[in-house]
Design a protein around this ligand. Structure first.
Ligand code: NAG
Ligand code: NAG
Ligand code: NAG
Ligand code: NAG
Ligand code: NAG
Ligand code: NAG
Length: 485
């Protein structure tokens, strides 16, 4: 058994490396210069020359739509930033936020790891010193249709969304995006994301992994690995971990904790009536503090950041996602940052500069979709997919901001325990360049787990320096420093 598995595994590796090598050869035509006129003109049309209120920069940026389904008229909106130095030599990294239904441009690009953050005056952008395009060419996409500027011309699509169609359309997006930017095709490709992207990222990686086995060389995607943070991965463990964490962080009382332990079965998709009552007491506390970041302030204003997300039926985790409290949106270090983003991205001059909203949608841009109300498929566990991709040789890093109560470090640790990988190197601290402990890390056979000390749900927002260090080490496949340096 075991040796058979090992044999087929190394065969896989062999196939993978052969096809990677072939892809290299056929696309090693270099950068820039050799691109056809048509390709260059199409890229130029997407070029973002300068955004309103933007500081001067010396990297290029592009934004626009990529059609993912012609018959229904589905198009996904992207924003792409070339790396700040030597883009022709750097890997390509795609970032995805979760929700489902939330925007990677609103959160990821504008508040977490992109180069520009909208400011309180709602007219200027601040250059983020810890922008991730210092480590890679950085691509954001709003996915699926119905999120942000991404749209469909057939409104029936909005009621057909789920994990599967999201992965399928995101995959089509990538294939077509590489046709628009063929100079990045030979680059090492990585995906990263947080929260519900714990579903999106492995599912997209799997779509690429499977398609790579049969697509023509021209559609081969050079996927090397992915990284997910505070990621929804396994309903049973995520829900158990949330409740344990809330008790352990002095958020809920012994009584509430014991009630939930006795009355709820998190392996079952349907809560009992008693479990529902117990959980209401749990969510009550998170009305007064930020579940996504236990020790930072909430936004005291009645504008967009305090608005709830719309309830979406059918999403994981099956039990907790049915509660109002689940629908609160993340705030940030500046807990009102979402307000600035929302005003900025709804400005017509900003939308023009970004080539966004070309079809003049009937509703405004929001962080999380107000139109998606049903989700068709959302597996209770991503562990089978993770196992398959580990076996396929895909690099996987899982990280966790340890002050997040939403998908807490406790949940992720329980999930990784359930995954059952062999430990290669035990739990050790890792250090930042100012000789402080950045968090802890443990290396499993096929997966690296990293905690970020003092970070909430959106790790790059709360700990920008540590997050940039993390992504650099991930891309270089290098362990974080176990000693002060
Ligand atoms: C376009 O989307 C529709 C509905 O989701 C689907 O039935 C059809 O197969 C898609 N077309 C292609 C070419 O994938
Ligand atoms: C959607 O419809 C608009 C208006 O007809 C059209 O301009 C646009 O190209 C269509 N989008 C796609 C992706 O086909
Ligand atoms: C929209 O999609 C549905 C489902 O595929 C199809 O029945 C319908 O004809 C489409 N509508 C338009 C206007 O294309
Ligand atoms: C919890 O639910 C699962 C799935 O429905 C079931 O198999 C299990 O027996 C339940 N556990 C208890 C303690 O009721
Ligand atoms: C809050 O809402 C009230 C009533 O809608 C409005 O008058 C007030 O200006 C709002 N305050 C802030 C800070 O937005
Ligand atoms: C698109 O533009 C229209 C018209 O300017 C505007 O009313 C709408 O809010 C915008 N929608 C989005 C999603 O940006």
């Amino acid at each position: 058994m075991a040796s058979n598995a090992a044999l087929s595994l190394s065969f896989h590796f062999l196939l993978l490396s052969i096809s990677v090598a072939m892809a290299r050869v056929s696309f090693s035509t270099g950068h820039g210069g050799q691109l056809s006129r048509d390709v260059l003109a199409r890229q130029e049309a997407d070029r973002v020359i300068k955004l309103p209120g933007q500081p001067p920069v010396d990297f290029k940026q592009y934004a626009g739509y990529v059609t993912v389904n012609e018959s229904h008229g589905r198009a996904l909106f992207y924003w792409f930033f070339e790396a700040t130095s030597k883009p022709e030599k750097q890997p390509l990294l795609l970032w995805l936020n979760g929700g489902p239904g939330c925007s990677s441009i609103g959160y990821g690009a504008a508040e977490e790891l992109g180069p520009f953050f909208p400011q309180k005056d709602k007219t200027t952008l601040k250059l983020n010193p810890h922008r991730w395009n210092r480590a890679a060419n950085l691509l954001f996409v709003e996915s699926p249709v119905g999120v942000g500027f991404s749209y469909t011309n057939n409104s029936s699509d909005i009621h057909q969304l789920g994990d599967e169609i999201t992965a399928k359309d995101s995959y089509s997006f990538l294939v077509n995006w590489f046709k628009r930017f063929p100079q990045f095709k030979s680059h090492d490709f990585y995906i990263a994301g947080e929260s519900y992207a714990g579903h999106y990222v492995p599912q997209l990686a799997e779509a690429i992994f499977d398609s790579n086995k049969h697509v023509p060389k021209s559609d081969y995607i050079n996927l090397k690995g992915f990284m997910i943070g505070n990621a929804l991965l396994d309903d049973e463990m995520d829900q158990t971990g949330m409740v344990d964490y809330a008790w352990d962080h002095a958020v809920i009382s012994d009584r509430v904790y014991n009630d939930i332990k006795i009355k709820c079965n998190f392996s079952s998709p349907q809560p009992t009536k008693d479990c529902n009552i117990a959980l209401r007491a749990y969510f009550a506390v998170y009305r007064i503090i930020d579940m996504y970041s236990l020790y930072t302030p909430s936004c005291i204003s009645n504008s967009s950041s305090s608005r709830q997300r719309l309830a979406i039926q059918g999403i994981a985790p099956q039990i907790l996602s049915k509660f109002d409290g689940w629908l609160k949106r993340p705030a940030g270090y500046d807990p009102c940052a979402s307000d600035y983003t929302e005003v900025y991205l709804n400005r017509p001059d900003v939308q023009n500069a970004l080539h966004a909203n070309v079809t003049k949608m009937s509703y405004p841009w929001t962080h999380c979709s107000d139109t998606i109300s049903i989700w068709k498929d959302s597996p209770a566990s991503m562990l089978p997919t993770i196992k398959k991709l580990i076996a396929g040789g895909i690099r996987i890093w899982v990280f966790s901001g340890d002050t997040d109560g939403r998908i807490p470090v406790t949940a992720t640790r329980l999930t990784l325990k359930k995954l059952g990988l062999k430990t290669i190197e035990e739990w050790t601290p890792w250090y930042t360049n100012n000789k402080q402990v950045g968090g802890w890390t443990i290396e499993y056979d096929g997966l690296m787990f990293v905690t970020i000390r003092g970070a909430g749900h959106e790790v790059p927002t709360f700990k920008p320096r540590q997050a940039l260090q993390l992504v650099r080490h991930f891309l270089a496949n290098k362990k974080l420093p176990p000693k002060p340096f």
